[in-house]
Design a binder for this molecule. Sequence first.
Ligand code: APR
Length: 240
Amino acid sequence: MARQTGAMPRPASIVILTGAGISAESGVPTFRGPDGLWEGHRVEDVATPEAFARDPHTVLRFYDLRRAALATVEPNAAHRALARLDAEFEGELLLVTQNVDDLHDRAGSRRLLHMHGELKRSLCAACGESRPFEGDMLTNRSCRGCGASALRPDIVWFGEMPYEMDRIERALAGCDLFVSIGTSGAVYPAAGFVRTARACGAATLELNLEPSAGTAWFYAARHGPASVLVPAWVDEVLGG
Ligand code: APR
């Protein structure tokens, strides 16, 4: 397949998918890199409903530590560039992030969807309500809605359905450009978005430190740090 690396035609409707790689330069560990977040934790031990039922203390502490770490990191140039795109791009735009950090939010992205949930939200296993949450859940599990002591992290665990899949599928079907940034393409359904977009006639671009597992599905790919590639791409789309 011929690879493009040059500028692409000006899009009218863009869907962007981001993964842990866009937050790496902010100091948030990725999952499958050398300093991978799963190092020292088996995924099955912390990111599954079964793990939470078996050992809630370990799971709550794992997410409490990650939530507390958000106070020590800042959005980087890639997050800021996507926020600029959000503010200035007049076409349709949806930023779907797999990340549960709040860096896209703090950078100012508004047309944003957290498909795997958010560290700074809680979910009540009793009443099903999702609410903003700060601090440690290990010592505070009472739901401010129904009062039950039944809070869990509002994180989509392995085996659970990601949020707003209908909205994502509609956006993929209607976009003319799909851009994947900082994700390994290891986890579905996100890893399949490129194929959905391509089947609907969209151009597809990968911006990643290295070729992802799904790189062959992209018409164009640029490899390097997100803090360099993303601002340059946004400049292209906004016409410099
Ligand atoms: N700039 C761009 N890309 C980077 C950078 C960087 N500075 N640093 C790392 N990357 C790339 C890596 O090459 C890798 O392809 O980011 C990707 C990170 O991959 P993963 O660690 O697998 O993270 P992600 O793809 O977001 O994982 C998807 O898996 O564990 C679950 O729910 C979790 O949302 C997560 C999902």
